[in-house]
Design a protein around this ligand. Structure first.
Ligand code: KG4
Ligand code: ZN
Length: 340
């Protein structure tokens, strides 16, 4: 007998994007996001404003996701939400919505770890690429995290390295802010860097033990470089914008690539699976693609729509949890510091 399909509605509200997706088994039927433009005016995410915007956006985004998927809520098999890590007020909006829907239409609730979602997005049905085989080396590079993870199974993930200070995306955003770019600055730096010389400005790479990384030293060196030069030439940023972007981007990418290489050699695992907003960066994609051509690296880079925060990645993680009957509980609270 043919197995019944499962339809999962997934909600992601861990930071400043309100997202909802509908999956039929491992296939994405809809993947909707309401970005919160309000934070641009402040140069970073303001938690209080983020929670309020989630409250405004969540019902329309869910309705849009159901409508695009052409699914009525009564056809849903389960509802999934991000339990953490993230901003507590933001997480509470998604979790309260998911719990209410679960109760009102009597379907199971599934809790998902946001960082596991960033890794598991590679298991979304994709005609062009088969998912990675276990074990592999997971690398999450986002605004809040920079982690190297040994992934032995869908939910058997062990962090083997992390940042000692800033996350890589945070470093992109803070360097961009100093250059007067809007938040989040990562995508803008990426664009401007295409017309710049990555060798124009040199930054010393940090010396950090094991598989950990550090970004605050390079970030501070970049901020100091600008402050020092702007005293001599008020147009320093404008005159050198593309070179500054290309140089800092090259350095930020090199730091994580060096650690991936170290972990790969030490663990003897050549499958590298990246996830998170910075996985959209063209320099890291270029370097990783080169590695897969010139050496034995087997590299998995997510399609763009699954790099920055999205609900499809929460839905695919929930699909594998549902298969294992790992259901959530009504009395479970969100966890801003949930570990992978
Ligand atoms: O995963 P994500 O959407 O949210 C977090 O969980 O943090 O990642 C957002 C981060 C921001 O720091 C943003 O600047 C960065 O991803 N980002 C990029 C690019 N696209 C997004 N950084 C560099 N290059 C990009 N193309
Ligand atoms: Zn994220």
């Amino acid at each position: 007998m043919k197995k019944k399909s499962s339809y999962i509605l997934a909600i992601e509200s861990s930071c400043d994007d309100t997202a909802a997706a509908v999956l039929k088994n491992n296939e994405v039927l809809s993947n909707c996001i309401a970005n919160q433009e309000i934070h641009r005016d402040y140069g970073g995410v303001v938690p209080e404003l983020a929670s309020r915007a989630h409250q405004v956006n969540i019902v329309p985004v869910v309705q849009q996701a159901l409508s695009i998927a052409n699914i009525d809520k009564n056809q849903l098999t389960a509802i999934a939400y991000t339990r953490g890590p993230g901003l507590v007020g933001s997480l509470l909006v998604g979790s309260s919505f998911a719990k209410s829907l679960s109760l009102s239409i009597d379907i199971p609730l599934i809790e998902v770890n946001h960082m596991q979602g960033h890794i598991l997005c590679h298991f979304i049905k994709n005609e062009k690429k088969t998912p990675p085989r276990f074990p592999f080396l997971g690398v999450t590079i986002s605004g809040g995290h920079t982690q190297l993870i040994l992934v032995e199974d869908y939910f058997k993930m062990t962090e083997i390295g992390t940042t000692l200070d800033d996350a890589i995306g945070e470093a992109f955003d803070k360097c961009g802010k100093k250059m007067g770019l809007d938040y989040p600055a990562g995508p803008e730096i990426d664009k401007l860097a295409r017309n710049g010389n990555p060798e124009a400005f040199k930054f010393a790479l940090p010396k950090v033990k094991n598989f950990d990384v550090s970004y605050s030293g390079v970030k501070t060196a970049f901020l100091n470089l600008i402050s020092k030069n702007i005293n001599k030439n008020p147009n320093f940023i404008k005159d050198n914008l593309c070179d500054l972007c290309a140089s800092i981007q090259k350095t930020l990418v090199e730091i994580i690539i060096n650690k991936i290489e170290k972990a790969k050699n030490s663990l003897k695992i050549n499958r590298i699976v990246i996830g998170g907003g910075v996985a959209a960066n063209s320099e890291i994609r270029r370097v990783l693609n080169n590695m897969s051509v010139s050496s034995d690296w087997e590299v998995f880079i997510p399609p763009f729509q699954y790099t920055t925060d999205n609900a499809a990645m929460i839905g695919i993680a929930a699909y594998y949890k549902l298969k294992k009957n790992q259901l959530g509980q009504m009395n479970q609270s969100v966890n801003a510091r949930l570990i992978i």
